[in-house]
Design a protein around this ligand. Structure first.
Ligand SMILES: [Zn+2]
Length: 426
């Protein structure tokens, strides 16, 4: 029994290894897969046959790929048949649950967005919020034209990613919500759920231009605030899955009430909502300022009025940016002090403040961390912008189900981002 289980595990591992090798190379012969994986040619042939039968891999015609790198023409006789991942033969459902809206997307295995839709959450909470989500997934499933590989979910709050349970999401009022199981039963599919900030770190680690960094922190400052850590090449969840919940560290004792029940959490100081609240207060105190003019009549959660005031050099907008960066910068100093991670990426709507915000962050970090350590730390705005979280949800599913790292695909994913750049930040 035990031996049988071990044999199955080895087989699954080898199958993932073969698939990942084909994916990372783009096109490759069976012989080169064997060389690269150190598996025997017979094992590779068996596993490739299985992957072809499952429509995950296909053979490609020689005439189409004469100039392909690895597969040099043999001196005599036939050239080897090449393999590639049949990326368009399956689709993934990726979900991003942000505070004010749910976004769902259908992607192929290359990260090409096949379909994407955002629905407002409004006042829906608890079970109602789950209903909104399943309505969205119903539509995605209906629109899928290929077999769906599974569902990847990026949720706010603390998520038991092993069992797919949202342990606590303060905003939606979810406690111990078995979201993975709910979706699994309804759609009869594989489902993986993780915290939004954590999967964003995975996306940045896998698809970023400096991919394969062994240590990386991603800090998300938007509608909510959180961080994700890749440590020694692995996503770090913490003992209770709550690693990175920096948004609920109290930074202003007795400050504003936070959704978590405490007062003065970082999130109450730097989130989009907090920034807009501060902007409205400053605008009403300075009714003739560009900020006041920009904010008059503006609705919703967009930062556009503050960005507009910043663009014309309004000192009030500059003050907002400075104060925001000062709080976020001190949070970065804590991360650097605790973990000495030298690569930090920032995502979320507040990153739209751009270079002036980034400069303030860097100088705050220098003032609040050991200078040598701070100087070695590279802080940048992440590449994937509004797509960072949903790519994270897709990366979670692909890495868990197929063992794909997608490292090779970074370039193509960037171009997807550009094509999908009309999306809202979270
Ligand atoms: Zn809080």
């Amino acid at each position: 029994m035990h031996e049988k289980a071990t044999h199955q595990q080895t087989r699954t591992h080898n199958r993932q290894l073969v698939l990942r090798t084909i994916f990372d190379h783009g096109v490759i012969s069976r012989a080169d897969v064997a060389r690269s994986t150190h598996l025997t040619p017979v094992t590779v042939s068996e596993l490739v046959a299985e992957l072809i039968a499952d429509n995950l891999v296909r053979e490609i015609a020689q005439t189409d790929r004469e100039d392909v790198g690895d597969a040099k023409p043999a001196k005599r006789g036939r050239r080897p048949i090449l393999l590639e991942v049949a990326a368009d033969q399956h689709q993934i459902v990726a979900l991003r649950l942000a505070v004010h809206e749910f976004r769902g997307a259908l992607l192929d295995l290359n990260g090409e967005f096949v379909f994407s839709k955002t629905v407002p959450v409004g006042a829906a909470r608890d079970a109602q919020a789950v209903d909104r989500l399943t309505e969205l997934v119903d539509e995605l499933v209906e629109r899928a034209r290929k077999p769906i590989l599974g569902i990847g979910v990026a949720s706010p709050g603390i998520v038991d990613t092993v069992n797919g349970i949202v342990l606590r999401s303060v905003f939606f009022g979810w406690r111990h919500l078995p979201l993975g199981e709910i979706l699994r039963q309804r759609y009869r599919m594989v489902v993986h759920v993780a915290n939004a900030s954590q999967v964003t770190a995975l996306a940045e680690h896998l698809f970023g231009s400096k991919r394969s960094l062994s240590n990386l922190a991603v800090v998300r400052v938007g509608q909510d605030v959180g961080a994700g850590f890749v440590i020694d090449g692995q996503l770090f969840f913490g003992d209770g899955f709550g690693a990175g919940e920096i948004g609920h560290i109290v930074v202003d004792e007795g400050g504003d009430l936070c959704a978590c029940g405490n007062r003065g959490c970082l999130e109450t100081k730097v989130s989009t909502v907090a920034v807009l609240r501060q902007a409205r207060a400053l605008a009403s105190a300075h009714p003739l300022s560009p900020l006041a003019q920009a904010i008059a009549g503006a609705e919703g959660q967009s930062l556009n009025p503050v960005l507009a005031a910043l663009a014309v050099g309004d000192p009030l907008a500059a003050q907002i940016v400075r104060e925001n960066a000062s709080y976020v910068g001190r949070a970065l100093a804590t991360i650097v002090g605790l973990l000495n991670i030298q690569h930090i990426r920032l995502v979320g709507s507040i990153t739209q403040f751009g270079d002036c915000w980034l400069e303030e962050l860097r100088s705050t970090l220098l003032e609040n961390a050991i200078p040598d350590t701070a100087q070695q730390t590279e802080i940048e705005i992440a590449e994937h912008g509004p797509n960072a979280v949903i790519l994270g949800a897709a990366a979670l599913l692909l890495s868990r189900e197929l063992g794909l790292t997608l490292a090779r695909r970074a370039g193509s994913w960037e171009s997807r981002d550009k094509r999908n750049s009309n999306l809202s930040f979270d």
